[in-house]
Design a protein around this ligand. Structure first.
Ligand code: S3P
Length: 175
């Protein structure tokens, strides 16, 4: 079984993914971290030195490899992963795989992301929470068509990490 978490930056994919992996006794993988270790460089440096197109190409390649791998795991993707190439359709078509969208309100995203924005090249230049919130609103609207294709949509509003992972576990066992 593979569980793939998708959703906007700051939606909790990594924290929820780690918790889920622990509950299911599965290895946890993070696409950004896989890319950083392969390239021996940080996401910010990859964006600034090689450009976004290079980053998108590499993240798509790593995702493909992971999907072809017979190993079971919980994978947290980058916020843009499902929105480029055929990534979302490849995830949905992978055998024994459940794609979960963590749906988080704009206010919660901008709250969490404002202090962490320096490590995220797409939002690092935004210097007020209002500007960030406006950016997220437009970006999320553009990306939602990809996110909502997920097998399972979990509304994370007002829920703890434990509650979100529990809800995912319950829905997976009902399948
Ligand atoms: C991105 C999200 C980031 C990282 C990169 C681009 C995006 O991952 O992949 O900065 O396009 O939304 P997180 O969602 O883990 O922050």
């Amino acid at each position: 079984m593979k569980i793939i978490l998708i959703g906007y930056m700051g939606s909790g994919k990594t924290t929820v993914g780690k918790q889920l992996a622990q509950s299911l006794h599965l290895p946890f993988k993070d696409l950004d971290m896989e890319l950083e270790s392969l390239e021996e460089s940080s996401i910010s440096d990859i964006f600034s030195e090689r450009g976004e197109i290079y980053f998108r190409k590499k993240e798509g390649e790593i995702l493909k490899k992971l999907l072809q791998n017979e190993e079971d795991f919980v994978l947290s993707t980058g916020g843009g992963t499902p929105c480029y190439g055929n990534a979302i359709d490849e995830m949905l078509a992978a055998p024994y795989t459940t794609v979960v969208f963590l749906k988080t309100p704009i206010s919660a995203l901008s709250n969490r992301l404002f202090l962490q924005r320096s490590t995220r090249p797409l939002i690092a230049h935004l210097d007020s929470e209002e500007a960030l919130s406006e950016f997220i609103g437009i970006h999320l609207f553009e990306r939602s068509t990809y996110y909502v294709k997920a097998h399972l949509i979990i509304d994370t509003a007002g829920k703890s990490i434990a509650q979100v992972s529990e809800e995912i576990l319950q829905n997976i066992s009902l399948k």
